[in-house]
Design a binder for this molecule. Structure first.
Ligand code: MN
Length: 135
């Protein structure tokens, strides 16, 4: 990455708070480390119920949503966030394990703004995130 691009990313990131909703601790750690390193302010929720509880207070600029979650899954969590006038404007990128099983369509139907299949390609994910964080 050239210097100009790096600076641009940094400026963008310094303004942005990202909520990671993920129950897999390894992925939680990898994502929060990599986003934190780039200057993002990172908040973590390990299940859907927790995500619903903290989103109105934390007011994240974007949510990365695992779909397979304990207590309340990502599909239902997304539906509820998108049904709430206080949180429906927050972009949600779905993270799901199966790229070929119709999860993309299901994610968009649940109200997700975009979709990224696991294993997460970090560069591609950042690019998707930046389209929502620029405006
Ligand atoms: Mn999961």
């Amino acid at each position: 990455m050239d210097r100009e691009t790096a600076n641009l990313d940094e400026r963008e990131a310094s303004l942005s708070k990202i909520l990671i909703v993920e129950d897999n601790e390894m992925l939680q750690e990898i994502l929060s480390e990599r986003l934190g390193f780039r200057g993002f302010d990172v908040v973590i929720a390990r299940d859907g119920e927790r995500a619903l509880a903290i989103t109105p207070q934390e007011k994240p600029d974007l949510i990365l949503m695992d779909m397979s979650l304990p207590i309340l899954d990502g599909w239902e969590t997304t539906r509820r966030l998108k049904a709430n006038p206080d949180t429906q404007h927050i972009p949600i990128i779905a993270l799901t394990a199966h790229s070929l099983s119709g999860d993309r369509e299901k994610s968009l139907a649940a109200g997700c703004d975009d979709y990224e299949a696991k294993p997460v390609n970090f560069a591609r994910l950042l690019k998707k995130m930046s389209t929502f964080l620029k405006g």
